[in-house]
Design a protein around this ligand. Structure first.
Ligand code: CA
Length: 232
């Protein structure tokens, strides 16, 4: 699940990013409304939900909402705002925000609001994603194996392993390049090191191999990686 987070206060942005990542969201954090609009125009469908601060440099969160809805875009939006006057809240909702949180707020409340938005949204993630005998469970962030009588286990995954496997399971049989994987999983992470992809792939494969999935994700030399659905 990917979140577009638009917040120009560095401390709050960092805290939100950390909290969301711990909950296994992929987070694209931008501090500027104009840049946020570029991300949305580029491909809004990659996002499950967007979090907009109201007051932003460039384009305001309110304006981002208006533009999304003017374009008939259903992406769920949670607005963050220090404004707590009734008429401001009405303005935010009229602009197309699905919900709002008044600063300061607790992270537990933010996460609960996000879950509620995802449940209500027609655009929300399915609770499970299945390829062959592998079932990715969003509620527990695990992969379970559904071969009757054989493997009742769930494979526990780290946040990054979960995101990687999710990406492959969403695109079975398709070659995903290193650059595509980076931009999906690590985009907007400043401390990214390019060796990380290969290292993470090794960890994920090793974990899958423990359960007999030795060739589930193949290396396609010079091109990238591919999940072979016949091995699932
Ligand atoms: Ca702000």
């Amino acid at each position: 699940m990917r979140v577009l987070l638009v917040e120009d206060e560095p401390d709050l942005g960092r805290a939100l990013e950390r909290t969301l990542k711990r909950e296994k969201y992929v987070v694209d954090w931008v501090m500027d409304g104009t840049q946020a609009w570029q991300f949305l125009e580029n491909d809004w469908t990659q996002y499950t939900v967007a979090i907009f601060d109201w007051l932003l440099p460039g384009t305001s969160g309110l304006e981002l909402c208006r533009r999304l809805r003017a374009a008939q875009n259903p992406l769920p939006v949670l607005m963050l705002t220090a404004k707590d006057r009734m008429e401001d809240r009405v303005m935010g909702l009229d602009a197309g925000a699905d919900d709002y949180l008044i600063k300061p707020f607790g992270m537990a409340e933010l996460l609960a609001r996000l879950r509620a938005l995802q449940r209500r949204s027609p655009h929300m993630q399915p609770p499970q994603l299945q390829v062959g005998s592998l079932i990715l469970d969003y509620s527990t962030s695990t992969v379970s194996i559904s071969i009757p009588g054989k493997y009742p286990e769930s494979i526990l995954l780290t946040a990054k392993e979960f995101q990687l496997l999710e990406y492959f399971m969403q695109h079975p049989n398709q070659i995903l390049s290193r650059d595509q994987i980076i931009s999906r999983i690590w985009q907007a992470e400043a401390d990214f090191n390019s060796n990380v992809v290969a290292a993470q792939m090794r960890l994920l494969r090793r974990k899958l191999a423990e359960y007999g999935y030795n060739n589930l994700i193949e290396t396609v030399y010079g091109m990238g990686y591919r999940l072979n659905p016949h091995e699932a």
